[in-house]
Design a protein around this ligand. Structure first.
Ligand code: NDP
Ligand code: 8X3
Length: 253
């Protein structure tokens, strides 16, 4: 029987690549995001090209009522979720804290921290009841280090790091694996969102070195999900070869 993976934020970048990777490897997949048209296109593409089923669910992870009403009433054939990939997230703005936009802070905390908690709270009881499951949280190098002007985004990803550790402790008795995948620079729509649509600024982030692609992160995420039942990767930092840490790049290669 096919396993099922639920991927949040599958309309773009890392989440879309993860959906494709799991679909190509025989998982039935639940894809979520706020942009219905992209979900529909991805669903059509993945179900045409793979012998699997795809369920698309359009909701905002910040909307507590939508998250619970959607995920607690999944059709019976979708109710066993083997892998949850908490990927939906964003950075918005690069202001220093004393010049920070409160709305930017709320978007990041509500999405990256509270949204991840809502989705996990809806799915974890199902995994606990079935005495198996795997939660994979997409953290970041920003959850390992704080860098200039990263303030609230870094704090939100440090929270993901802490919540990953907490989930692993709390879910241990239910045979649930919990993994964090923490990427460095990945070229997606991430920087366009961070720079609020300024494509020139976004493009500059990835100039002079080869960043990761969404597919690179999808490969390591799928590897973490493919290990034998007794083996778990707790934490996996995946970074471009030309990046040593959050702020140190070799742009001369
Ligand atoms: P993208 O902007 O390309 O994709 C972000 C995804 O998150 C989209 O599918 C978007 O869907 C979804 N999303 C954002 N806000 C919400 C929301 N409120 N409700 C539901 N879905 C939402 O960026 P990435 O693929 O790069 O980012 C994916 C994850 O990877 C994020 O958690 C990010 O922090 C993390 N990350 C990214 C890195 C990078 O350098 N790119 C490095 C390290 C970590 P939609 O807009 O349709 O709702
Ligand atoms: C995204 C990578 O370095 O911009 O999480 O924080 S970074």
């Amino acid at each position: 029987m096919n396993k099922t993976a639920l991927i949040t934020g599958a309309t773009s970048g890392i989440g879309k690549a993860i959906a494709k990777k799991f679909a190509e490897n025989g998982y039935n997949i639940i894809i979520t995001g706020r942009r219905q048209q992209r979900l529909t296109e991805l669903k059509d593409n993945l179900s045409t090209n793979n012998q699997i089923k795809v369920l698309d669910l359009c909701f905002d992870v910040r909307d507590k009522d939508s998250v619970f009403s959607t995920l607690e009433k999944l059709p019976a054939s979708w109710d066993q979720i083997d892998v949850l990939i908490n990927n939906a997230g964003l950075a918005v703005g690069t202001n220093k804290i004393h010049e920070g936009e409160i709305d930017d802070w709320e978007r990041m905390i509500d999405t990256n921290v509270k949204g991840l908690l809502y989705v996990s709270r809806a799915i974890l009881p199902k995994m606990a009841a079935q005495q198996q499951g795997h939660i994979i949280n997409i953290g970041s190098i920003a959850g390992k280090q704080v860098y200039p002007n990263g303030n609230v985004y870094c704090a939100s990803k440090h929270a993901v790091d802490a919540l990953t550790q907490a989930m692993r402790i709390d879910a241990l008795d239910h045979n649930i694996k919990v993994t964090q995948v923490s990427p460095g620079a990945v070229e997606t729509e991430f920087s366009i969102v961070r720079y609020k649509g300024d494509k020139d600024k976004a493009d500059k982030v990835y100039q002079g070195f080869t960043p990761l692609s969404g597919e690179d992160v999808a490969d390591v995420t799928f590897y973490a999900a493919s290990l034998p039942p007794h083996v778990n990767i707790n934490d996996l930092v995946v970074i471009p070869t030309a990046q040593a840490n959050a702020t140190t790049f070799n742009k001369s290669l």
